[in-house]
Design a protein around this ligand. Structure first.
Ligand code: FES
Ligand code: FE2
Length: 337
C-alpha cells in the first residue's frame, strides 16, 4: 500500500509549527487554534503562551468560551481552573480541600515560543530548532509581511512547490517565469541532520516589469537562489540579485488539517531598508507569485506527498524535492512501527 505524507502525520508532533501571527491575537485569549486536524486553545498566562486542548475534561465544554482568571484558564461551564502547565488547580463544586482527580489535568504542548512575529508550538519535545534567519534582526534588511493565507493543499505540497525551480517558466509566466530559461542547470543538494539545502543560478524577469503586468517583453537578469528547508517543511529562499542586493523569503507552514495549510510568508529585502522599494510593492509581487502557485496546487486531488519513490517520476532537475521526500520519510518513520 502506498504511504503518503499529509498534514496529520503524527511525526509532525515532534517539530515546531507556527499557529498564529502575534499581531492577530487580540488579548491573552483563549484563542482557537487548529493544528494537525485537532482543535486547541491558546492562552497567555504569566509564564507565557500555553496551548491547551480545546475541550474541558469535565463535560467537554469548549475552553474557547472560558476566560483567564487569577493567572489560570477558567472553564465557562462549572468554573474548573487550569494552570499554565495544564494542572487542574480548582474544582469549585467540591471545595478547596477535595482531591482533584488525575484525569482532570490537561496535557499541554511541550513548547511554545514567539519568533518572527509568530507563535510557534511543538506538541512534543522538538527534534529540530525553529529555523535561523539572521536577516530578521539585521537593519540592512526591511520587512514585508505577506497577508496570511490558508490554501487547500498540504504543507508538504506547498514546501515542494516553494523548493522547485523547474516550474517557474510554466506556472509563473505572469511574474518570475522566463520562457527562455526552462532548463535547470546542474546543482547539488546537501543534507544536514533535519534540514537540507541547494543553490541555483537562474535567470529572472526584472521585478518592475512583472509588477506592471508585462508578459510579452521584458528584461532578464541572472540571480543566485539558495534554498534551505528545515523539518518539517519550512522553506527559506535567499536570492542574491548581484548589485541589486539580497532578498530573503520565508515560507512557514501551519498544517491545519488534512486538506488545508495556513501560510505565513515574509520578505526581508535590502531594497526596503535602502528605500528603493516599498514593502507594499514586495507584498503585491509575492501575492501575485503566490496566486499562480495556489491556483495550480489547489487542483491536486490528493492533498499529500507520496513517500514511495515509484509513485512519481523524478529527474535530475528534481533533486531538491526528492530530498524533501527523504526528510518527510524520516519524519514519518519516527512514529511508524
Ligand atoms: S465542563 Fe468545564 S468545568 Fe464543567
Ligand atoms: Fe512557485
Amino acid at each position: 500500500m502506498t504511504r503518503w505524507f499529509d498534514n496529520e502525520n503524527p511525526g509532525l508532533r515532534q517539530f515546531w509549527q507556527p499557529v498564529a501571527r502575534s499581531d492577530d491575537l487580540d488579548g491573552d485569549g483563549p484563542h482557537p487554534v487548529r493544528l494537525l486536524g485537532v482543535d486547541y486553545v491558546l492562552a497567555r498566562l504569566t509564564r507565557g503562551w500555553t496551548l491547551f486542548p480545546a475541550a474541558c475534561p469535565h463535560r467537554l465544554a469548549p475552553l474557547t468560551a472560558g476566560e483567564i482568571v487569577d493567572d489560570m484558564l477558567q472553564c465557562a461551564y462549572h468554573g474548573w481552573c487550569f494552570a499554565g502547565d495544564g494542572t487542574c488547580v480548582r474544582i469549585p463544586a467540591i471545595g478547596a480541600e477535595a482531591t482533584i482527580p488525575p484525569s482532570a489535568h490537561l496535557p499541554t504542548a511541550a513548547r511554545v515560543e514567539e519568533r518572527y512575529g509568530l507563535v510557534w508550538v511543538a506538541l512534543d519535545e522538538p527534534l529540530a530548532p525553529i529555523p535561523e534567519n539572521p536577516e530578521w534582526e539585521d537593519d540592512a534588511f526591511g520587512l514585508a509581511v505577506i497577508p496570511t493565507q490558508t490554501w487547500n493543499a498540504s504543507a508538504a505540497q506547498m514546501a515542494d512547490n516553494f523548493l522547485d525551480v523547474a516550474h517557474f517558466p510554466f506556472t509563473h509566466l505572469g511574474t518570475i517565469g522566463d520562457p527562455d530559461d526552462v532548463e535547470v542547470a546542474d546543482f547539488t543538494v546537501t543534507r544536514d541532520d533535519w534540514s537540507f539545502g541547494s543553490v541555483h543560478h537562474h535567470s529572472s524577469k526584472v521585478l518592475a516589469d512583472a509588477t506592471a503586468g508585462e508578459t510579452t517583453e521584458f528584461e532578464t537578469f541572472d540571480r543566485t537562489m539558495t534554498f534551505r528547508c528545515t523539518a518539517p517543511h519550512h522553506v527559506r529562499l535567499h536570492i542574491d540579485y548581484g548589485i541589486d542586493g539580497n532578498l530573503v523569503l520565508l515560507f512557514f507552514h501551519q498544517p491545519v488539517d488534512r486538506d488545508s495549510t495556513t501560510l505565513y510568508c515574509v520578505a526581508l529585502a535590502e531594497n526596503i531598508a535602502t528605500g528603493q522599494m516599498k514593502p507594499e510593492e514586495h507584498i503585491a509581487f509575492q501575492a501575485a507569485v503566490g496566486r499562480e502557485d495556489r491556483q495550480l496546487l489547489e487542483q491536486l486531488v490528493v492533498k499529500a506527498v507520496p513517500l514511495d519513490p515509484g509513485v512519481e517520476t523524478h529527474t535530475r532537475a528534481d533533486k531538491t524535492t526528492v530530498e524533501l521526500r527523504r526528510l518527510l520519510n524520516d519524519i514519518a518513520a519516527l512514529v511508524e512501527t
